[in-house]
Design a protein around this ligand. Structure first.
Ligand code: DX5
Ligand code: ZN
Length: 224
């Protein structure tokens, strides 16, 4: 099943509730929340209090993408604030197995993320633990960057490994997903599509969500 995950990073924070409701009305399946610490990535964004506020305005799952170094310290407060899914970077976790179990112990879905330069092979020992794998198709830190096509083969590889090993994780993609790239990522095997600027950048987020979802669903039908 294809789901669109609008990233609030590109939304107008002064009208966040309204923008999230618009994305939901357009058919968003998940709301993607980008958490940056100014260390692991060169940008600062938001924390648990914002997740707590979002929790009051939507019933959609909140997908918290932690681009932070000390994830273990922040998993409990994000879970308490209402996060449903929490993903951590392979590159930022010294004890990845422990961190993924910590996420699960808070009754959240656990995801692992890889940067464009990180190979899928680094995830071999955790693929049976995670609920989803997030393939970054830009270097994390900023919205509105250009999609890196050489990341597509990692989505294909993850789909291949999943069927070979009979695993159940879902494949998410994040960065530069828009009308020009959506069919490629779906054909490569991505099922959860994060989109920031393509949803909130220009025009109406309701219509943007609808049209991206339509393009993604059509690409998925052609794939079979
Ligand atoms: C980048 C973030 C993305 C970002 C995507 O570090 O993880 O989620 O919001 O934005 P777009 O879709 O504009 O590339
Ligand atoms: Zn993200």
């Amino acid at each position: 099943m294809i789901e669109l995950a609008p990233s609030i990073l590109a939304a107008d924070f002064a009208r966040l509730g309204e923008q999230v409701r618009a994305a939901a009305e357009g058919g968003a399946g998940v709301i993607h929340v980008d958490v940056m610490d100014g260390h692991f990535v060169p940008n600062l964004t938001l924390g648990p209090p914002l997740v707590k506020s979002l929790r009051k305005v939507t019933d959609l799952p909140l997908d918290c993408h932690l681009m932070i170094e000390n994830a273990d310290d922040f998993i409990p407060p994000f879970a308490d604030a209402g996060a449903d899914w929490i993903s951590v970077h392979q590159e930022a976790c010294r004890h990845l197995n422990r961190t993924l179990h910590l996420i699960k112990s808070h009754n959240c879905l656990a995801g692992v993320v890889i940067n464009p330069a990180t190979p899928v092979s680094t995830l071999e020992e955790v693929l049976d633990i995670v609920d989803y794998v997030l393939v970054m198709s830009v270097n994390p830190g900023f919205g509105g960057q250009k999609f890196i096509p050489s990341t597509l083969h990692k989505m294909r590889r993850l789909a291949e490994i999943r069927s070979q090993r009979r695993l159940t994780y879902r494949i998410e993609v994040d960065g530069g997903v828009g009308h020009d790239t959506v069919a490629d990522v779906v054909r490569a095997g991505a099922e959860i599509l994060v989109a920031g600027n393509a949803v909130f950048g220009n025009g109406d987020p309701i219509k943007n969500t609808q049209s991206l979802l339509k393009a993604a669903t059509e690409a998925a039908l052609l794939k079979v």
